[in-house]
Ligand binder design. Structure first.
Ligand SMILES: Nc1ncnc2c1ncn2[C@@H]1O[C@H](COP(=O)(O)OP(=O)(O)O)[C@@H](O)[C@H]1O
Length: 191
C-alpha cells in the first residue's frame, strides 16, 4: 500500500482531530528525518500509521497482546498504552509493513525504550511536538532540534515522565529505562 492509500485509510478510521494530529506528526517526522539523515519514507510510513489502533476495541487489543505474545506488563498499565504495540501489529498484518525499524517506531512511539533507533526517536519526538500540541514547554522541546536528536529525545521522554508523575500516573518501565539509557550514555562520553 502506498502512502496516499495509507493516509486515506487512516482518515476513514480516525476522528478528524486525531487525523489532523497524524498529519502534524507526518510533517514533523519528515522534517526531523531530513535533518537527522533518517529515511524520510520510513518516517512517513511510521508517522501515518502510528495511531492506527488508537480507537480499537479494548477487549480486542487485549486479545492481540495475549495471542501475539506482546509484553504482558502492558496489561497492568493504562490501556491507552496498548494502541502502540497493537498499531504495529495492524501495520504489519493489515498494511503489509515488513520493515522492523518502522514497526518498532510505531510499537514504541508512546513509551520509548532503551537503545532506540534514530527512526524510533524521530517518531516519538514528532508525536510529542507536532504543531497541534499545545502543552507548556513544547516550544522549548521544539527548539532543542538544533542540539541534536539525542538531546531532543532525552528531554522529550523526561518531559513525558515528569508529566505523568505530576498527575500521579504510573510510568511504564520502558520510559524510565529509556531516560536512564540517555543519562548513562552521556556518562560514557565523559569517561
Ligand atoms: N510512558 C507512559 N507510561 C504510562 N502511561 C503512559 C505513558 N505514556 C502515556 N501514557 C498514558 O497514555 C495516555 C495517552 O498517551 P499518548 O498516546 O502519548 O497521548 P496522546 O493521546 O496525547 O497521543 C496518557 O495520557 C497516559 O495516561
Amino acid at each position: 500500500m502506498d502512502h496516499n492509500q495509507m493516509l486515506q485509510t487512516v482518515k476513514e478510521r480516525l476522528p478528524e482531530k486525531r487525523y489532523i494530529h497524524v498529519l502534524g506528526v507526518v510533517d514533523t517526522a519528515v522534517d526531523l528525518a531530513k535533518k537527522f539523515f533518517v529515511s524520510e519514507s520510513k518516517a512517513k510510513t511510521a508517522a501515518i500509521l502510528h495511531d492506527i489502533a488508537k480507537f480499537s476495541d479494548r477487549d480486542w487489543m487485549k486479545s492481540i497482546i495475549v495471542s501475539e505474545n506482546m509484553d504482558p506488563l502492558l496489561l497492568e498499565y493504562h490501556a491507552e498504552l496498548w494502541h502502540a504495540p497493537v498499531g504495529a501489529y495492524l501495520a504489519k498484518t493489515e498494511f503489509g509493513v515488513e520493515d522492523e525499524d518502522v514497526l518498532n517506531a510505531i510499537r514504541y512511539h508512546t513509551t520509548g525504550r532503551e537503545n532506540m533507533s534514530d527512526l524510533e526517536k524521530v517518531v516519538y519526538i514528532a508525536d510529542l511536538v507536532e504543531p497541534n500540541r499545545k502543552f507548556s514547554g513544547v516550544e522549548e522541546l521544539r527548539q532543542l532540534k538544533e542540539q541534536g536528536l539525542d538531546v531532543m529525545m532525552e528531554a522529550s521522554v523526561k518531559h513525558s515522565i515528569e508529566f505523568l508523575e505530576s498527575k500521579n500516573q504510573p510510568v511504564f518501565p520502558d520510559s524510565l529505562k529509556c531516560f536512564k539509557y540517555f543519562v548513562q550514555q552521556k556518562g560514557k562520553v565523559k569517561e
